[in-house]
Design a protein around this ligand. Structure first.
Ligand SMILES: N[C@@H](CCC(=O)N[C@@H](CS)C(=O)NCC(=O)O)C(=O)O
Length: 400
């Protein structure tokens, strides 16, 4: 059992390190080419040369030109030096000994929860990553407390080194285990549901954070294995290609689908304001935050996000008509469902890919972009049946 885990773990680790190692080879190559350096000849020395040695000179000149071209190429490659593995650092998510001093905004109580897990979700109500986690918690019928984080001031997560939401705290021996990153949270819970004999504190070790410097010397953090479920027993009938396919679509939800949202919901200044007013309503910001904070979030947030939305449109190469990019992504998902020929990606019941795509789209429900999406694609049938299953905690049946 332990061997199987460490295999899965090592595979994922090796992938990252092998990427880094290929950059080390690149670095060595660049240094060698640079030592050779470019070679120049003056026109005077060329005229003084005897005819017999001209062939030699032509040869030397060609070699010189080759070296110049090679060195120029190497010089530019040299600018692309990336980190060496020894610079990277690995950490495991923290155990929080004392519950942070925050106000619980609301409690979600599920009548079918038999897991005994005590969960606290730090979130923004309409953040796609948070909606993804909520989709999973609701689908599996877990009870949880919610702490709404003020998206401008973020006082509610001051206690944490990780500065993004969602953050999930899970009660364990000695305190609360902090889980960061929506996909890691979902994979860890998925692994736990698969076999509860291994506790949360043990599972978290399979999702370490690697810290490194990227090509532009920026510090980057990467949570390892976040799309991997840690299976203890893999039967002979396990369909590995299906496991990979689910990972692929979960990643697609995070890396493609998500990027079509902001440029759509903040498409114009009016639409950005309209979206923020809607977020304020679903997040009950007026109940939770002082009036001045709500105005700050709504007006400043809408303006900033309208500007950011334009930049994201360029960065992610969305079409001029950003709606079209959103529809195209949903067409892609619908095509995948059609290929599978089942109501859900998971067959007759949803899998984690269904929940990821549903969660991401759920974050814009209520916005004008979502209504346009329903009017211009056939996503509604799948989307609303997913919504119903989450509301009915359909996944709880598989936990018993
Ligand atoms: N990879 C992370 C991304 C989380 C993320 O980017 N969250 C955004 C909110 S949608 C955030 O907290 N950004 C930092 C901020 O608001 O300051 C995940 O899947 O959880």
């Amino acid at each position: 059992m332990a061997a199987m885990w460490s295999y899965v773990y090592r595979c994922a680790r090796t992938r990252l390190y092998s990427n880094l190692l290929s950059d080390v080879h690149e670095l060595r190559f660049c240094n060698l080419s640079r030592i050779k350096g470019p070679v120049f000849y003056s026109s005077q020395s060329y005229q003084a040369t005897k005819p017999k040695s001209r062939y030699l000179l032509i040869g030397l000149l060609s070699a010189g030109a080759g070296i110049i071209a090679g060195s120029t190429y190497s010089y530019y490659r040299l600018l692309d030096i990336r980190p060496i593995p020894s610079e990277s650092k690995e950490t495991i998510s923290k155990l929080v000994h004392e519950l942070p001093n925050v106000t619980i905004s609301r409690k979600v109580v599920s009548p079918v929860d038999s897991t005994g897990l005590k969960l606290i979700l730090f979130q923004y109500p309409t953040c796609p990553f948070c909606c993804k986690v909520r989709a999973v918690l609701d689908y599996y019928g877990l009870s949880y407390d919610v702490v709404e984080v003020n998206p401008v001031l973020r006082q509610q997560i001051k206690w944490s080194d990780y500065k993004k939401v969602p953050i999930l705290l899970v009660r364990v021996d000695g305190g609360y285990q902090q889980l960061n990153d929506s996909s890691m949270i979902i994979s860890l819970l998925g692994s736990y549901f698969h076999d509860k004999s291994t506790g949360i504190k043990e599972l978290v070790k399979f999702y370490p954070t690697i810290e490194y410097h990227d090509a532009d010397d920026r510090r980057k953090k990467e949570i390892m294995n976040r799309y991997f479920l840690m299976y203890q027993n893999i039967s002979e009938n396990t369909d590995f290609s299906e496991i990979k396919n689910v990972q692929k679509w979960r990643k697609w939800a995070d890396e493609v689908l998500v990027h079509s949202l902001s440029p759509n919901v903040y498409r114009t200044r009016e639409e950005a304001l309209e979206s923020f007013r809607w977020f304020s309503k679903v997040g009950e910001w007026e109940r939770l935050f002082p009036a001045w904070e709500v105005s700050l979030i709504v007006y400043v947030g809408a303006y900033v996000m309208w500007i950011i939305g334009k930049r994201l449109k360029q960065r992610h190469s969305l079409k001029d008509d950003v709606r079209q990019s959103l529809y195209d992504n949903c067409f892609q998902w619908l095509k995948e469902l059609k290929r599978k020929g089942t109501p859900y990606h998971g067959g007759s019941s949803p899998n984690l890919a269904d929940l990821a795509v549903y969660g991401v789209l759920n974050s814009i429900e209520g916005c004008r972009a979502f209504q346009d999406l329903l009017d211009n694609t056939k996503i509604g049938t799948w989307y609303f049946s997913m919504k119903k299953l989450c509301k009915e905690h359909h996944g709880s049946l598989s936990l018993n």
